[in-house]
Design a protein around this ligand. Sequence first.
Ligand code: NAP
Ligand code: MG
Length: 497
Amino acid sequence: MATAVDPTILPASLDGRPKRLLIDGEWVPAASGRTFDSVNPSTGQVIAQLAEGDAADVDRAVAAARAAFEGPWRRFTPVQRQNVLLALADLVEAHYDELRVLDVVDMGAPIGRTGGAGFVSETLRYYAGWATKLHGETVPNSARGSFFTYTLKEPVGVVGAIIPWNGPLSSAVWKIAPVLATGCTMVLKPAEEAALSPLRLGELLAELDLPAGVVNIVTGFGETAGAALSAHPGVDKVAFTGSSATGQEIVRAAAGNLKRVSLELGGKSPDVIFADADLAAAVPGAGMGVFANSGQVCCAGTRVFVERPVYDEFVAKVAALADSLRVGNSLDPKTQIGPIVSAAQLDRVTGYLEVGKAEGARTVAGGARLTEGDLGKGYFVPPTVFADVDDDMRIAKEEIFGPVASVLPFDDIEEVTRRANLTQFGLGGGVWTRDVGKAHRLAAAINTGVVWVNTYGNFDAAMPFGGTKQSGWGNELSGHSLDEYLNVKAVWIRTDG
Ligand code: NAP
Ligand code: MG
């Protein structure tokens, strides 16, 4: 199934030289001098050396971000910030092939499924539009006396942004765009498994008319660089995307200076298929809602509830879909399912395959690591379907972050509403039905940040994305995300002398 890697497509930025940190506009090695390997999960080969930044580097990066915030960046007008974002969007489009191939070899996103440049550049243009539209309001007040009162929206200051590996380019842009639109500055800590496209974005930013220190990038490990950033007294806000367990660490670390925190965390999202649904759409829709990106998607609809009359038919069809998907090297354009990101994640996912079998779920597709031929060198797990899952099984409760669907039968709408919400998470949710009333009832009753009806996993810069319960605090994308990066100031002016 796997094919050879075409070396000509590998980007020039993989030139063998160790990567550096971006601090105060300069590319520098880590203060410790240490580096670590970045691995291509399709082959197990080391493709780059990354600088192992730690607390000392975070200190310098935060100082640079503070100086830029209080210095030249503060004097940028809204139109100038808009133009920075528009110019960055143009650069991302011009270099998109290189950026996406970096994600392909760094974290295993299948090249045929990376989507067009627009997914990233349009987000930057959307936020460019916001830069000129952030304003307070004049407020008629009822206080005794005579006052003119108004509000101002001001940038919170230095942002520590910590991102995961499952969509490195878009995760980085989802943080950089609101930072630049609102006039904040930042220190970005990419994930250790996939930092190459964020670093390349840093190089593109250097081509813009941007003061040094507005965007700093410190690669390194979560326990050191990430922990230092989230605890740093010079950071005003942490914007974190990652697991719920790390989210709890972030909140604890942020308590020191009570910095603001926004969290985009994990999920175990329900996808509900009613008997009246168009199964020709629901099977691939719900199936790819789990298997896309090898299930390494925070909002993957991994608890698939199917109404009893169509349960057997759905299980057979989604198993056939899973078996038909082509698993292989992420650089092969025919690949539909790439590898799991790392050896550690592979162990975690295959561990859950054994848990599912031991819990008594019926394996109807996949179920074991693929090791034949070249696949054995990478970290490949086939799309897996467990049928006859019940709510108490760990595979129905815990986030696996692999291509594993748990299919559960249900009998009526009240029952499925209750069971869909039987989770500590609240990120995504899906409904498949031809009954518009049922669609609206469930869209209202599912306690999550997003609900998709007769579709799954769509994104747009104008639509908020965030979670309830242990899936997070606040929103990314849309105008709502900007509030996470802005303080509201109230100004009172006495007008009666
Ligand atoms: P993770 O282990 O929480 O890591 C996320 C980031 O946090 C990485 O940069 C990591 O550094 C860093 N980190 C780890 N420990 C830290 C600490 N103690 N203090 C500060 N930073 C720390 O998550 P992951 O395994 O990379 O990503 C998978 C998870 O992210 C899943 O749960 C998924 O659902 C969630 N996710 C959520 C969304 C969303 O928008 N809701 C989007 C994507 C992913 P290292 O790289 O060194 O570990
Ligand atoms: Mg890698």
